[in-house]
Design a protein around this ligand. Structure first.
Ligand SMILES: Cc1cc2nc3c(=O)[nH]c(=O)nc-3n(C[C@H](O)[C@H](O)[C@H](O)COP(=O)(O)OP(=O)(O)OC[C@H]3O[C@@H](n4cnc5c(N)ncnc54)[C@H](O)[C@@H]3O)c2cc1C
Length: 490
């Protein structure tokens, strides 16, 4: 089969493009190297839907961010992912910073960002955010900024794309691409795919993919950002809190999450290894100190996890969304922040390029833009829950006690379109392992459920895809084998 469009990369960018294209009467597939979609940068970032004032005017990312922010309202209604317009504050701590905020507000308002406001009344500011430092002298308030769960958004996009006909191939790392007679032949370790158009949304590896077609006009540098996540209810915040931005990033922010936690981060460290997501003592110290400038009572002892994400920083510092010299090949590269915010606008831009390339895009008669909200134990009333448990006792078997996740939610996550097939896939879809014990108790049960539902042995179940197997065999089998070979247990 020859696809009309092949997408490389199943982050939020690739999945958003896939979902947008699934509206049309064309054949589309997506190739992702990891065992799950949302395994790259999309998995670890701040999850802020920015208002859009932060990027300089000479960059397209500014305008795609402003547009993308607006597109979230309809997308969240259709796709039912966790999203809330909490609003954000950029916090000035010194009088001379006020003029920076005034400039941002003026330019932002001129560029179509609604409701940007400067607040100077400390009493009013502290009423809106009681834990904010007393040193605040003013804030830029952006009520349209918000929070999204980036991976739940991406799973929703993939699910909806899949029910509308897009084929997803996970564990398919693209290793070679040929372009002959206007057909791309894309090789992965598991097979070959042919398509008339090819979209490169490979994140940190986008320059490598582009080079496979001889296009070497940009480079991508990984820039690490570390975070600390605090236990649920350790601190109550209402807004996304930014300091005044630095030259390289929006600075260390303090932020609530949609699941009731708080986090602080990220810092910004240029590195060379696109797989290095380690955290360091120095980095964690840096972000705690940074966060305390905004929230002095950050509850360091309630930290439940540290993690890091990698920005794919292009040498242009702007999104690279290009119809390239290779006919039918579109680079969607260097999608650094605010790529999550801009994602729906980026997908629309790609559709414009495909139309320019002559792809006929007719809306399918049976296109369904909606993805039902996954059923959650926590959302049911007691009566609804009783009924659910009577119908299926798996609703009453709690697997993750920290997050109150029953077996049925895990089963549903596994059998959803483009469903979970790894432990992390389950964790990021319905949260077992996200709580205080970080999977200490529920992980073996999750492995058991994955094994049963996917009809695989325990040893075949992986943390996050190939070569991340968790169990290697049964302890007793090893002992028996050793005894048969005459080896003592010591
Ligand atoms: C620290 C940090 C904070 C951020 N905060 C925000 C924020 O608050 N708001 C915001 O709007 N944006 C934010 N961003 C930016 C946002 O996270 C990114 O713009 C977005 O996640 C990029 O998604 P992507 O799909 O382009 O890349 P990725 O998510 O990295 O997806 C690329 C995919 O391609 C796959 N791939 C790579 N090579 C191959 C291959 N050879 N074959 C097949 N598949 C391949 C990868 O496995 C990966 O899944 C932040 C980023 C970071 C790192």
């Amino acid at each position: 089969m020859i696809y009309d469009v092949i997408i490389i990369g199943g982050g939020v960018t690739g999945c958003s493009i896939a979902r947008t294209l699934s509206k049309y009467n064309i054949k589309v597939c997506l190739l992702e190297k990891e065992g799950e979609v949302a395994s790259g940068t999309t998995k670890a970032n701040s999850g802020v839907v920015h208002a859009g004032y932060a990027s300089p005017r000479e960059y397209i990312k500014r305008y795609l961010c402003i547009k993308g922010n607006k597109l979230y309202t309809q997308a969240a209604q259709e796709l039912n992912f966790p999203f809330k317009r909490t609003g954000s504050f950029v916090v000035a701590l010194e009088d001379n910073q006020i003029k920076i905020l005034e400039k941002e507000r003026k330019k932002g308002t001129e560029d179509g960002i609604p409701e940007l406001d400067l607040l100077f009344d400390k009493k009013q500011i502290k009423k809106m955010e009681p834990n904010l430092t007393d040193d605040v002298v003013g804030v830029l308030h952006a009520p349209t900024a918000g929070l999204v769960s980036p991976y739940e958004l991406t799973f929703a996009l993939a699910e909806n794309a899949a029910i509308n006909g897009v084929k997803f191939f996970r564990n398919h790392e693209v290793v070679r691409i040929k372009h002959e007679d206007y057909i791309f032949t894309v090789r992965t370790y598991k097979g070959e795919f042919q398509g008339r158009n090819l979209i490169n949304a490979a994140g940190l590896y986008a320059a490598k993919i582009s080079k496979m077609l001889g296009l070497d006009y940009f480079s991508i540098m990984p820039r690490k950002g570390e975070y600390i996540l605090f236990d649920r209810n350790a601190l109550q915040l209402n807004k996304v809190l930014f300091p005044i931005a630095t030259k390289v990033s929006k600075g260390i922010l303090v932020c609530p999450t949609l699941h009731g936690n708080t986090f602080v981060g990220p810092n910004a460290q240029n590195i060379t290894d696109p797989e290095d997501i380690s955290t360091t003592t120095a980095g964690l110290k840096e972000i705690l100190e940074g966060g305390r400038k905004l929230i002095p009572n950050l509850p360091a002892r309630s930290s439940i996890r540290s993690f890091a994400g990698l920005r794919a920083v292009p040498d242009t510092y702007d999104f690279i969304i290009d119809n390239t010299d290779v006919y039918g090949f579109i680079n969607v590269a260097g999608i650094l922040s605010p790529g999550l915010t801009a994602t729906f606008a980026i997908a629309e831009k790609v559709v414009e390029f495909l139309e320019l390339l002559g792809l006929e895009l007719k809306i399918k008669e049976d296109y369904n833009p909606n993805r039902p909200k996954p059923e959650r134990f926590k959302d049911f009333t007691k009566e609804e829950l009783d009924k659910k448990i009577r119908e299926d006792p798996a609703w009453g078997r709690i697997i993750c006690r920290c997050e109150t996740i029953p077996e049925k939610e895990i089963i549903n996550a596994i059998h959803a379109p483009v469903g979970a097939n790894t432990v992390d896939g389950v964790k990021f879809r319905c949260r077992p392992g996200m709580g205080r014990c970080q999977g200490g108790f529920c992980r073996p049960r999750v492995i058991e459920i994955l094994s049963r539902e996917l009809n695989k042995s325990y040893e075949e179940i992986t943390k996050k895809g190939e070569d991340t197997n968790i169990l290697v065999g049964k302890t007793k089998d090893f002992i028996l084998k050793s005894e048969r070979r005459g080896v003592s247990e010591e």
